[in-house]
Design a protein around this ligand. Structure first.
Ligand code: PEP
Ligand code: MG
Length: 764
């Protein structure tokens, strides 16, 4: 029984998106579960070194967010200090009892406080209290201890993603203060501007709050939507009357009753009167009702939450009719949302978009690739982003470090404006390097290529001085359609790109979906997608898709002859042999149609650890190799490349990664096969010197990074790069390696690159 209740509480709490509300639900449920009179949670505000009362049922609700206790203060302090439960029959007589008048706990005697601990760290205290003088019994104590242990993870997560800081901030000023949240750096650069929230229509939870002064207008819009919803349901009821059993048809009666009930309408209009627009008011009130129903013990009543949700959605649809067209984009627009789609990005008028931030997505999302191509600073995967509260707020995006600042202080804004200015100055200076080779001071040349997924990117890449395309991610044109593109459709896209770059080489990678890259028309559901059906594994299982793609590539190459084909996610030699055989088959077929077609060079990606240890065997079979450092780092270090919780462990300079790269280059060189690197690592100046020293023939990166890397290479000798490599290969940690290489950059006059655009940690 206890277990069932416990599970239900944990589930409800962890599924409530707003952390403040989650805590309030928590204390309410615990109080009910052990039939006591008060339940309260205090969490630690590390910045202030205080316990803050963040939710209570039974004590004075006005004390939420207001009551703060020093670490050693009161019984709370004692529980925290001892890190064990304290169970008292008569708390006020305890020498540590501390009376704060605003809490309203005078009448309570019995006290049980339990520490909330996660990974050895104290996060807060959970307390139950009762008037009667008695000890809470063992079952109650066990229940609370188990509850606190489960809560640890939830709270630690809220802390990691900045939700906790958000609560502490609100508790102090009732306003969003300058606040920094972390996500995944998805397109480099610093962007500053005003938020426009991008949200899908007909999704109640996605509706943002929006302040309005035109209350009468919002009121009228709301009334119209209500009566439209009423007529709609009435019509549905009439239509279904003959087909549905009478009992089921009662549902519509119930809907109409809810719509007609004065409460719902009154609550929503009150919310509008407080200055929220109709859609935001609707979301607030409907969600409140949904939660009420969901918390009921009776299964039938709990189900009513679904009805309310459906009704809310219907009213919303009427509210949203024709609404999209009136979005006004500020001169400097930051697009924010749960998910920002490529289409939403395209809706923003040219020249006004200065940044993108979203809860979902990763650096390999379509929108990230587009943002990199367009040079728009982007941070995705920001869990806990308070999307609904962001409309019209000032925001700074740090696309280098994957951070965003909500409501930045004046000082931070000034600093960032300066950084943006410096950046454009550096860019202007670097533009002069465009036509110069990436050549070291002692005359060694290395090719700089670009990673891309958009044909329209070709122009930008050439402007940046790219000497070829080191990775064309063919899945991108596969993503924005609702079916696999035909051979002809693919031919047109590939031809355009090969043509734009000829005679420079273009390495086209065969379809690499699965993992985090899904096609809307080819869903794959797996528990471990990164270890599942992805890349070459899929295309070998579907030779028809592979052959169609290869045929399109071979035909597009006709007369241009700058195509190279690359195979992703190779784990075994057999996969390589099978893929080579299919390519040969496509080639022979096409030869019968057109004898001018050539067999292009074919290479494999080294992005799985097993491929590193088989580089020699692979190199024997193919014409070139290319390291995919993004996946290689993820698989070597067992760190999900898109999971911000473990982002600090994801380090391309980790000695394991460097030794793997070094070994791959040595194997390739034994057979005289060219080896390049694509993936984000090559765009890091510190890493680029080491890659140069290892002997990579080409570095491929996003086009925005090319000028900086060219500058780096032109300021080093190959001899020095090799020397640095030998030193760092003897080091034990990524941190040590990074510090050492950054010092080398400074010594070589590249200080500016290190601070380039980066917001100093203490600037806020
Ligand atoms: C890589 O894994 O490094 C790579 C370049 O491929 P993608 O990022 O598309 O997986
Ligand atoms: Mg990859």
């Amino acid at each position: 029984m206890m277990l069932k209740i416990l599970r239900r509480i944990v589930q409800e709490v962890s599924s409530t998106p707003n952390f403040g509300e989650a805590l309030q639900i928590l204390v309410k449920r615990i109080r009910e579960a052990i039939s006591t009179q008060a339940c309260t949670v205090f969490l630690i505000d590390r910045k202030q070194e205080e316990f803050v009362l963040l939710a209570t049922e039974g004590l004075n609700p006005a004390s939420v967010g207001q009551v703060r206790l020093k670490f050693k203060q009161g019984l709370i302090g004692l529980v925290g200090h001892r890190e064990e439960p304290i169970n008292l029959e008569n708390a006020p007589t305890h020498p540590n009892f501390f009376h704060s008048p605003e809490v309203g706990e005078e009448r309570f005697r019995a006290f049980l406080g339990v520490p909330i601990i996660h990974h050895r760290q104290l996060l807060g205290i959970l307390v139950v209290q009762q008037e009667e003088s008695r000890r809470f019994d063992e079952t109650e104590e066990a229940f609370l201890v188990t509850m606190a242990a489960q809560l640890g993870g939830i709270i630690a997560h809220a802390e990691a993603v900045g939700q906790l800081a958000l609560l502490f901030n609100q508790s102090k000023t009732d306003n969003l203060q300058s606040l920094c949240l972390r996500g995944i750096a998805s397109a480099p650069g610093i962007g500053m501007g005003t938020v426009v929230v991008s949200y899908p229509l007909a999704d109640l939870d996605a509706v943002p709050d929006r302040k309005t002064k035109r209350i009468a207008k919002e009121m009228a819009v709301f009334q119209q939507a209500m009566s439209a919803a009423r007529s709609e349901i009435y019509a549905l009821k009439e239509r279904m009357a003959n087909t549905l059993p009478a009992e089921e048809n009662l549902l519509f009666e119930a809907y109409l009753r809810i719509l007609d009930s004065a409460t719902l309408e009154r609550e929503i209009t009150q919310e509008i009167e407080h200055g929220n627009w109709a859609q935001g008011a609707l979301r607030t009130i409907i969600n409140r009702h949904i939660r009420q129903f969901e918390s009921m013990d009776d299964d039938y009543l709990r189900e009513r939450a679904t009805d309310i949700r459906d009704l809310g959605r219907r009213i919303l649809c009427h509210l949203q009719k024709g609404h999209r067209s009136v979005v006004e984009y500020p001169k400097q627009t930051i697009l924010a949302g749960e998910e920002v789609t490529a289409a939403a990005l395209a809706e923003v008028p040219e020249g006004t978009l200065t940044g993108i931030v979203a809860t979902r997505g990763s650096s390999s999302s379509h929108v990230a690739i587009m943002a990199r191509a367009l040079g728009i600073p982007t941070v995705l995967g920001v869990e806990g982003l308070p999307v609904t509260q962001l409309e019209g707020k000032e925001l700074i995006i740090d696309g280098y470090q994957g951070q965003i600042y909500i409501h930045p202080s004046k000082k931070l804004r000034k600093n960032c404006a300066k950084l943006i200015e410096q950046q454009s100055q550096i860019n202007a200076d670097l533009a002069e390097l465009r036509d110069l080779p990436a050549q070291t001071l002692d005359g060694h040349r290395i090719a700089l290529w670009v990673n891309t997924g958009l044909a329209t990117d070709a122009g930008l890449s050439l402007t940046a001085g790219a000497e070829g395309i080191g990775l064309y991610r063919t899945e991108i044109p596969f993503m924005n359609r609702d079916h696999f593109p035909t051979e002809e459709e693919q031919y047109i896209i590939y031809r355009q790109l090969l043509n734009a770059f000829a005679p420079r080489p273009v390495i086209m990678r065969t379809l690499d979906v699965g993992g985090d890259k899904a096609l809307p028309y080819f869903p794959i559901r797996e528990d471990n997608p990164f270890l599942g059906w992805r890349g070459i594994r899929i295309t070998l299982d579907h030779p028809e898709i592979f052959l169609m793609q290869v045929r399109a590539m071979l035909r597009a190459n006709n007369g241009l002859n700058n195509l190279r084909i690359m195979l992703p996610m190779i784990t075994t030699v057999t996969e390589t042999d099978d893929a080579l055989q299919l390519i040969q088959q496509a080639y022979e077929e096409i030869l019968t149609e057109n004898s001018n077609i050539i067999r292009p060079p074919v290479g494999v990606m080294l992005e799985v650890p097993s491929a590193i240890y088989q580089t020699f065997a692979l190199a024997k079979r193919v014409d070139f190799l290319s390291v995919g450092s993004n996946d290689l780092t993820q698989y070597l270090l067992a760190v999900d490349r898109n999971n911000s919780r473990v982002a600090s462990l994801y380090d391309g300079l980790n000695p394991a990664v460097l030794h793997a790269l070094h070994q791959a280059v040595k194997s390739a060189q034994q057979l005289n096969k060219p080896i390049s690197i694509c993936g984000e690592l090559a765009s890091d100046p510190a890493a680029a010197i080491i890659l140069l020293g290892m002997g990579f023939n080409a570095l491929s990166m996003n086009s925005a990074a090319i000028p900086r890397i060219k500058w780096t290479i032109r300021n080093f000798t190959l001899r020095k790069a090799k020397e640095l490599l030998n030193t760092v290969l003897k080091m034990d940690t990524g941190k040590e390696i990074r510090q050492y290489l950054e010092q080398a950059l400074r010594d070589n006059g590249l200080e500016n690159l290190l601070n380039d655009g980066k917001i100093p940690e203490k600037a806020n």
